[in-house]
Design a protein around this ligand. Structure first.
Ligand code: SF4
Length: 382
């Protein structure tokens, strides 16, 4: 028990100094040592201000509207444990289409990802009590997409068409296309250069484009933005690919615009894990956060790209034992298990956590790792 308290105290020390109470950002570079184990925390990790605000809003709604039903549109955040806890306290998570059936006196919470424009309209029409926790960074994407629309540009978003945020932000444009990665961007750029057919476009991008999208007309003027949680370097490369393709087609870039809309929280966490992976002398890295969390997944990719060491994206401390680790590989959508993941002898483990990961999840991971090592008096350096 004493050791547990000591370990808790160490984590608090490791984070307290830079813990910005209001924004939820933890900054700094810290190490925890115990026996052969060295833990190195990324300089910035865990909850962002947008996620904290969304959770606090639901928490307050549950306290303040005890006599009403509280509905959340989709997931509140991409962390299954946090969503489960709120559900246990009475929050009901519903599909967007279920907005039609909620009771007139219900409270509807729009998550940090935002929601579709037609759903906002329905909430207004039905005069439901709305708590809108759309993150200001997501609002920026909505505004950019709206501006592109008003100025006659088709919105092309670097994002995932099935992701809650991109579903929401793309709905602010009548014409849009969502590009997942460089491979898809390369295909579209080939189309712009006249080397692909509209029929092939439909086969490949029908789920990622607005209804009635005509690539021959709608790719003439392109305005680009990102889902807030994408990989910055990939987004910039994709922007450049489009710029070059339009330049090659038109002889100028007047029909191209781009606005970098990756959020600062995502960027800070990616930069921090890149630094840790490059300079931290770590043997492996554990990235804690929901498997559906785009920003957590991109932290794993960033770490691997910068350090080349094994990276384990896990949702919680339950994912590993001393001998086995169950994780989401960076190039797969299904979990895998690796035995012997933690080498014998001295080992340095890097740690980070996504913007939707509570402080307590990383704390549990640290406690479990410390528990594998014999020396019971860890020391903090940092
Ligand atoms: S990750 Fe960025 S966009 Fe998403 S809630 Fe946090 S601050 Fe907002």
């Amino acid at each position: 028990m004493k050791t547990e308290l000591l370990q808790k105290d160490i984590l608090k020390k490791a984070t307290r100094r830079e813990w910005l109470e209001e924004s939820g950002v933890r900054m700094g570079f810290h190490e925890i040592h115990k026996g052969d184990l060295t833990l190195r925390l990324a300089g910035v990790w865990g909850f962002c201000y947008g996620v904290l605000y969304a959770i606090e809003a639901v928490d307050r709604a549950l306290n303040d509207f005890k006599d009403r039903k509280i509905y959340v549109l989709g997931d509140l955040i991409h962390n299954p444990h946090v969503n489960e806890q709120l559900q246990k306290r009475g929050a009901r998570f519903i599909n967007l289409e279920e907005i039609e059936t909620v009771e007139p006196d219900a409270v509807v919470v729009v998550p940090a990802f935002g929601t579709r424009r037609d759903i906002f309209k329905k909430i207004r029409e039905r005069r439901l009590l709305q708590i809108d926790t759309t993150c200001p960074e997501v609002r920026t994407v909505e505004e950019e997409v709206t501006r592109f629309q008003e100025e006659g540009f088709t919105a092309v978003i670097h994002g995932k068409f099935e992701h809650q945020e991109s579903i929401a932000t793309s709905s602010f444009a009548e014409r849009y296309l969502i590009i997942r990665n460089k491979d898809e961007a390369g295909w579209i750029c080939e189309f712009i250069r006249g080397r692909k057919s509209p029929a092939d476009f439909k086969t490949r991008f029908s789920r990622a484009a607005s209804n009635g999208f005509d690539p021959e007309v709608d790719l003439k003027r392109v305005g680009m933005a990102n889902q807030t949680t994408m990989l910055m370097n990939e987004s910039l490369e994709i922007f450049d690919m489009f710029r070059q393709a339009i330049l090659a087609r038109d002889g100028h870039t007047e029909n191209f615009r781009a606005m970098k809309t990756i959020c600062s929280a995502t960027q800070d966490r990616q930069d921090a894990v890149a630094r840790l992976s490059k300079d931290g002398g770590i043997d492996l890295l554990i990235d804690v956060g929901g498997h559906a969390s785009s920003n957590t997944r991109n932290l794993a990719i960033t770490a691997h790209q910068n350090g080349g060491m094994p990276v384990y994206h896990i949702e919680s401390a339950a994912a590993f034992s001393r001998s086995a680790m169950t994780f989401l590989p960076i190039d797969s959508s299904t979990v895998d298990t690796r035995y012997g993941w933690l080498p014998e002898g001295p080992v340095s483990v890097g740690l980070t956590a996504g913007a939707s990961t509570p402080h307590s999840e990383l704390e549990l991971v640290i406690q479990k790792l410390l528990g594998f090592y014999a020396v019971s008096s860890p020391s903090l350096v940092g």
